[in-house]
Design a protein around this ligand. Structure first.
Ligand SMILES: NC(=O)N[C@@H](O)C(=O)O
Ligand code: NI
Length: 165
């Protein structure tokens, strides 16, 4: 099984897959009479299809155990999906380019506790990967009619070793 490297999550590295939700000074504007810094439009939620709506959820993820086998990827054809950590812990983000309707070799990013991600609609990703302890995430995604989940299972899983935090 092929070992996957873990890279730090950065806006540029993640750009092919979506957005990084973090307090980027370039997006900041003062509001509320200067008492609040608004980091504006870091990402946009997408929900397509008749009757679709954007919803806000909390996901409580169990920590993954390592070495971990990446045996599958999924994507949501009708909407984006964002994860913002609210338990103060880092987590892993696993994404892949689409290659003729199938996920290519996964890319693994270590996200800091002050970084969220927004998977653009139909981007291949692995389900939530919490680290160290049960962790909560604010999740913005799409609700509505239709099957908003496509899964693909690799013939041979990929391996991720324990990240150094
Ligand atoms: N199934 C579900 O809502 N969660 C996944 O989409 C995920 O990316 O964790
Ligand atoms: Ni998902």
């Amino acid at each position: 099984m092929s070992q996957l490297d873990i890279l730090p999550l950065t806006k540029s590295a993640f750009a092919p897959f979506g957005d990084v939700i973090e307090a980027d000074p370039a997006t900041m504007r003062y509001i509320n009479n200067g008492t609040t810094e608004r980091f504006h439009a870091l990402a946009a939620a997408e929900a397509v299809g008749e009757g679709a709506r954007v919803i806000i959820n909390v996901f409580r993820g169990q920590p993954r155990v390592f070495p971990y086998k990446i045996g599958m990827m999924e994507r949501h054809p009708f909407g984006s999906q964002s994860f913002s950590p609210i338990s103060g812990r880092p987590y892993l983000v696993v994404v892949a380019q689409d290659e003729g309707g199938l996920p290519g070799r996964p890319r693994v990013f270590l996200a800091r506790c002050d970084q969220g991600v927004n998977y653009r609609r139909n981007v291949w990703h692995h389900p939530l990967m919490a680290l160290s302890a049960v962790s909560d995430f604010l999740v913005v995604d799409r609700d509505g009619p239709g099957i908003n989940l496509e899964e693909y299972f690799f013939e041979t899983p990929y391996i991720i070793s324990e990240p150094s935090l």
